[in-house]
Design a protein around this ligand. Structure first.
Ligand code: NAI
Length: 248
C-alpha cells in the first residue's frame, strides 16, 4: 500500500450512488473495494477506469450484504487484497414500495434484511479491524424518508430510520477507539432507483424541493467524501440531509 493512501469498502457500488462514491473516493486517492451482487461487464470497465485515471487500486468483491457469510468474505477479501479498511460506506439498498394494507411479509422483510441487517452484517465484520488499527470512518446511507416517513414505504423508511439509530448507537460505542460513524440521508436522487417514478410524480417531488431539482449521485458522493476525509474529524453520530432543502 502506498504511504497515506486510505482503503475504502463501498457496498452496492456497481451503479448509482455507490458507484459515484467509489469514483469520488478514488479521485481523492483512496484504494477502493467495490462490492457488487451480480457481475457485469461494466464492472470490469469501472475497475479499469478507476485504476488508470486515478492511479489507485480497485478491487471487486462479490457478495450479498444480507448474507452474513458474504459480508464476512467481502471484508476478508478486501483486507487480503488492499491491506486494511479505513473507510466503510454501507450503501447497498433496495425498495419494494406498496401500501401496508397490501404489503407481503416477504416484501417487508427483504427490505429490512438488505438495508438494515446488511448494514449490521458488513459493519460487524469491519469493526474488529478498525478497533485494532485504532481508527476508522463508517458512513451509512440512510434516506430523508427514514426521518420524515413516506406513504407506501413503511418497509423502506423503517429500514432507513433503523440505520439512523444504528449509526448513533455505534458512534457512542466506538468513539473512544477513534472510529467515527455518521449517516447521509439523501433526498430524491436521479438514479435507477428513482427512474421508475412517473414524470408526474417527479414533477410533484420537484415542487417540494426548495432547490427545485432532484439531486445527483455526485451531490451525495461529495458529502460522503467529506465524512471520509480528515476534514470531518470532529463529527460523529450525525445524520446529514442532502436533499436540496426538503427537510429543514
Ligand atoms: P440503485 O438501485 O441504483 O443502487 C443500489 C445498489 O445496491 C445496486 O448496485 C444493487 O445491486 C446494490 N444492492 C442491492 N441489494 C444488494 C445486496 N443485497 N447486496 C449487495 N448489493 C446490493 O440505487 P441508488 O439510488 O444508487 O441507492 C443507493 C443507496 O442510496 C441505497 O441505500 C438507497 O436506499 C439510498 N437512497 C437513494 C435515494 C434515491 O433517491 N436514489 C434516496 C435516498 C436514499
Amino acid at each position: 500500500m502506498e504511504e497515506n493512501r486510505k482503503v475504502a469498502l463501498i457496498t452496492g457500488a456497481a451503479r448509482g450512488i455507490g458507484k459515484e462514491i467509489a469514483i469520488e473516493l478514488a479521485k481523492n486517492a483512496c484504494d477502493v473495494s467495490i462490492n457488487y451482487r451480480t457481475k457485469t461487464d461494466e464492472l470490469d470497465l469501472l475497475k479499469k477506469e478507476i485504476e488508470e485515471k486515478y492511479k489507485v487500486r480497485c478491487f471487486l468483491t462479490q457478495g450479498d450484504v444480507a448474507i452474513y457469510e458474504d459480508a464476512e468474505k467481502m471484508v476478508k477479501e478486501t483486507i487480503e487484497n488492499l491491506g486494511r479498511i479505513d473507510i466503510l460506506v454501507n450503501n447497498a439498498g433496495i425498495t419494494k414500495d406498496g401500501l401496508l394494507m397490501r404489503m407481503s411479509k416477504e416484501d417487508f422483510e427483504s427490505v429490512i434484511d438488505i438495508n438494515l441487517v446488511g448494514t449490521f452484517n458488513v459493519t460487524r465484520n469491519v469493526i474488529p479491524f478498525m478497533v485494532k488499527q485504532k481508527s476508522g470512518k463508517i458512513i451509512n446511507i440512510s434516506s430523508v424518508v427514514g426521518v420524515s416517513g413516506n406513504a407506501g414505504q413503511t418497509n423502506y423508511s423503517a429500514s432507513k430510520a433503523g440505520i439512523i439509530g444504528f449509526t448513533k448507537s455505534l458512534a457512542k460505542e466506538v468513539a473512544s477507539r477513534n472510529i467515527l460513524v455518521n449517516s447521509v440521508a439523501p433526498g430524491f436522487i436521479a438514479t435507477d432507483m428513482t427512474a421508475v417514478l412517473s414524470e408526474q410524480v417527479k414533477e410533484n417531488i420537484n415542487t417540494q424541493i426548495p432547490l427545485k431539482r432532484m439531486g445527483t449521485a455526485q451531490d451525495i458522493a461529495k458529502v460522503v467524501n467529506f465524512l471520509a476525509s480528515e476534514n470531518s474529524n470532529y463529527i460523529t453520530g450525525q445524520v446529514i440531509n442532502v436533499d436540496g432543502g426538503m427537510l429543514m
